[in-house]
Design a protein around this ligand. Structure first.
Ligand code: GZL
Length: 307
């Protein structure tokens, strides 16, 4: 920029402040709300001017937002791609405009790695494996088939594809574990409830629900209770995220196990943005730290959970 500030070549000339355009997926889940809060608070702390958009889980809205950030000549663009495919064209436009892009939370399937500087987010295959491994351990002494129903995340999204892959990989260890039905609940509580109602109608003996996020699991709990069954007992539930409402259900025994997926990516994102704009090299992949929770562990940490 004119005064040799930290803005990129395309940055707003004359001002030292970095401007970031962030295209968020939507507000579909407790995780997403916590993630948005983290990004907004971290931008403020980092002195970064944040332009923020909510795409209501529609890819065309995210693409529109990215195009508007390119028009506004922001210094850096960050976004969480709602689905893996269909990004190459708009990412090439950002590259032509010399605006660096950082992927946060979810990945794209573009083979051209020059279209973004780095991908900051969880290893979703690992998360699926952790959920599956817990179920393998839990079902060690099972004598007959364990019937699993799977409530998938948003169709075509990296977390849905990868969590499914990891879970299926892990449960191969016990041939008694069978996925008898699998459908997308779009990462929402209402989606989880509707899908679980259908599963309960079509499958008399369900033993386990594997929900790709807490919100879907919480919706499933509503459907299970409406059917006169006890969640966590008659039907075991394993979910991914570990947001407040999920951890509350876990500590109350309605969910049996939660694999954490941290939404707190804001600080790392702002740090990476500053490095990218300063022309420093950054790792092409930054994996977030996260753990797992049993019912006992949830009871111990619930009061101190930040989101
Ligand atoms: C995972 C994130 C997923 C969460 C859901 O990093 O993309 O999207 O697991 C959210 O709760 O909707």
């Amino acid at each position: 920029t004119a005064c040799g500030g930290t803005g990129s070549a395309a940055g707003n000339a004359g001002s030292d402040k970095i401007t970031m355009g962030f295209a968020q997926v939507g507000a579909e889940s407790g995780w997403r709300t916590a993630n948005t809060k983290s990004v907004q608070e971290s931008a403020k702390k980092a002195g970064i001017d944040l332009k923020f958009s909510d795409a209501q889980q529609k890819q065309e809205n995210q693409i529109k937002a990215i195009r508007s950030y390119i028009q506004q000549k922001v210094d850096v663009i960050a976004f969480s791609p709602v689905v893996e495919s269909g990004w190459d064209t708009v990412l090439k436009e950002a590259k032509t405009a010399k605006i660096p892009v950082i992927l946060t939370d979810r990945a794209v399937d573009s083979t051209d790695k020059t279209l973004y500087k780095t991908f900051l987010g969880s290893d979703f295959v690992e998360e699926g494996k952790k959920a599956g491994t817990w179920l393998v351990d839990e079902s060690k002494s099972a004598t007959d088939t364990v019937n699993i129903v799977e409530i998938q995340g948003t169709t075509g999204s990296a977390p849905a594809n990868d969590r499914k892959e990891g879970f299926e990989e892990a449960i191969k260890a016990n041939p008694k574990l069978k996925i008898i039905a699998s459908q997308s609940g779009d990462f929402t509580r209402s989606g989880g409830k509707q899908v679980m109602e259908a599963f309960l109608k079509n499958n008399p003996d369900i033993d386990v629900v594997f929900a790709h996020n807490d919100d879907e699991g919480l919706g499933a709990i509503e459907a299970i209770e409406a059917a006169g069954k006890v969640p966590g007992k008659d039907i075991k539930i394993v979910t991914i995220d570990a947001v407040k409402d999920g951890m509350t259900a876990l500590s109350n025994g309605k969910i049996n196990y939660i694999v954490e997926c941290s939404p707190m990516l804001g600080d790392q994102l702002m740090d990476l943005a500053k490095k990218v704009i300063a022309g420093e090299s950054v790792p092409e992949r930054v994996v977030t730290e996260e753990t797992t929770f049993t019912q006992e562990q949830a009871k111990q940490v619930l009061a101190s959970r930040p989101y």
